[in-house]
Ligand binder design. Structure first.
Ligand code: SF4
Length: 291
């Protein structure tokens, strides 16, 4: 297990390998399994990701509370029928991120990578980016190993919990993982992957966790959609040679300190932020009456 991105970077240099190679080797060691077995497990995980990223587009999926749902269908119809602002690739990814978060809120099956609340970002970003270059499933699986390596570092050195660090720790981690995965998928170096991940977290530092009525629905679902855009933009910046002025390890430390400095009201307690706006309170009261 690696403790810091710096360690991974020196290992990848020494062994002339990718981040995903190190993560896969480590996984084999931990699980006492062969590469083939580990890949088989991740292939099954990828299938669950694909199903969740698509089912909310194919059928309107409502959350159990009825608070969210149907936005994945809207986003996909829009990109198919209109001239979009961000283009087809980004809008396809947005629809998929919304789909997974709607499936999650309907108690469907998702992959909590890094968490259930932020589960829409990595699949939508990686699957969509892979389509553009006709990447194989094996390439996507490698990219997921890279995402997992980045997530492990964030969990080890900070947190991936909204209750502990705010939404920067959940959707921020998801975007960082996805950004690094896309960079590797597109042939970028390990340094570029960590630059992309660092920029993705920097872009949402301080983002609070304020779910309306205590449900992982509002604003969570749409933060998955914007998390995908964050990941894709940061991957493109890194692949263009743009570096993060602050290294990944230091960004993660800063994110943790900021999370610790957030008041409890802004860390998943629903006692502040959007949850206590007049509309947030009205939704909470309305749902409470129906329980
Ligand atoms: S607002 Fe909170 S519950 Fe919702 S996705 Fe962000 S961290 Fe998770």
């Amino acid at each position: 297990m690696y403790n810091k991105a710096d360690e991974i970077l020196s290992q990848t240099k020494e062994l002339n390998c990718r981040i995903s190679d190190l993560v896969l080797q480590n996984e084999c060691k931990i699980k006492e399994s062969s590469e083939e077995e580990v890949r088989k497990q991740v292939r099954a995980i990828l299938q669950v990701m694909r199903d969740a990223a698509h089912s909310g587009i194919e059928t309107e999926t409502m959350s159990v509370s009825g608070l969210i749902g149907g936005n994945a269908v809207k986003a996909d119809n829009y990109r198919k029928t209109k001239k979009t602002v961000c283009g087809d690739v980004v809008n396809r990814a947005i629809a998929r991120a919304l789909s997974t978060s709607e499936v999650n809120a309907s108690m469907g099956r998702i992959v909590a990578m890094p968490t259930a609340g932020a589960s829409g970002i990595v699949p939508a970003a990686v699957i969509t980016a892979a389509e553009t270059i006709n990447a194989s499933d094996d390439d996507i699986i490698d990219a997921l190993f890279t995402a997992s390596g980045v997530g492990q570092l964030i969990k080890k050195n900070a947190t991936i919990s909204g209750a502990e660090g705010g939404c920067q720790a959940e959707c921020g981690a998801g975007a960082a993982m996805a950004a690094a995965a896309i960079v590797e998928l597109y042939g970028g170096t390990p340094e570029m992957a960590f630059d992309a991940a660092a920029i993705a977290i920097k872009s949402v530092l301080g983002l609070v966790c304020d779910p309306v009525a205590g449900l992982v629905e509002v604003p969570c679902s749409k933060r998955n959609a914007t998390g995908v855009v964050n990941a894709m933009a940061c991957a493109d910046m890194a692949l263009a040679g743009i570096k993060s002025a602050i290294p990944f390890d230091e960004v993660v430390d800063a994110m943790y300190k900021i999370g610790k400095a957030l008041p409890a009201a802004l860390r998943e307690t629903s006692m502040g932020g959007l949850a206590t706006t007049p509309t947030g309170e009205e939704v909470r009261c309305r749902l409470a009456c129906h329980r």
